[in-house]
Ligand binder design. Sequence first.
Ligand code: CP3
Length: 351
Amino acid sequence: MTASTDTQSDGGLAGSAFLAAARGETPSHTPVWFMRQAGRSLPEYLKIREGVGMLESCMDADLVTEITLQPVRRYGVDAAIFFSDIVLPLKAVGVDLDIKPGIGPVVASPVRTLADVEAIPDLTPDHVPFITQAVQQLVAELGSTPLIGFAGAPFTVASYLVEGGPSKEHAKTKALMFGAPDVWDALMRKIAGIAADYLRIQVQAGASAVQLFDSWAGALTPGDYSEHVMPHSARVLAAAGELGVPRIHFGVGTTNLLGLMAEAGADVVGIDWRTPLADGIARVGDRAVQGNLDPTLVFAPTDVMTARAAEIIDAGRAAKGHIFNLGHGVIPSTDPGQLKALTEFVQAYPV
Ligand code: CP3
């Protein structure tokens, strides 16, 4: 069923398969959405972004609204994810950074000292009026399709701030974590506060679930994660929990961290594609899961892709709830026709 058909029959979220699965209730079908469903795989996205910078588009409420709706219209997915970026709130409070095409976030003056941390202001709604406006517009347009708000988790955002850009090893970040615990603690508290405030702004404007992206947490051992990172992510998730919306907690390469990421305060744990879903479910205990088709399977023949999707849905029955997704974001060269076929397959597969 498409978002617009739902809207005509029921403008509310009561029948949302996505919210039911996230809460561990029984959905009408396995809900599906895709991380990075908005973006470069869609020709309509490439068209609307022509000549507009990434951050510029994130700060324009009408563009955010349109780009967020594009994949919902095209695929009829069970949830929309707010179009923005994990570094947007930092930009909004005045950190000098840019998102460079094909590279990612680049920070002009990397954060290394306590003074650098203290120079970053806390986030207030006045920094992001376009977020409030875009969420309100979206909720009105989406009708019965829920909107997922999101923020970057403290470790992943810290990595961009400390390295100054994308990094494979996160060496400078971990050097700060191991070598300057006071600076690290202040930085993690700062980012956790900004993330919690950013999520609150989105939920108060109408988002009905949140996802905390700790994409690079897989770089950590369980011991270092639980000592230096988990308490800060837990603070963000606790703040979101007070708002009464389901919380999804996701990272990449996190097989060994899944239990801790669940314990940090997630209602739903995102599982990347390297971990068999059944193993992931065993690690997160009595929680819903999200995932986890290898994002490259969309390049396989449709029947090969859907056969793997069926195995994942079957495995997902063992969880408290299962939201179908890829195991990481949509690869930009993905054929939207494959994602359409995948969406229809998942929604039609018997629950
Ligand atoms: O559809 C959606 O999922 C919502 C939009 C979204 C974006 N970034 C848009 C974006 C979301 C949820 C993010 C989160 C994000 N940003 C994460 C966590 C999710 C993940 O993938 O693990 C991370 C690590 C970032 C940092 C970042 N921003 C990266 C690594 C990149 C890609 C660099 C590149 O060009 O390959 C960005 C830029 C970015 N964020 C783009 C989009 C659509 C591409 C920029 C463009 O279209 O010009």
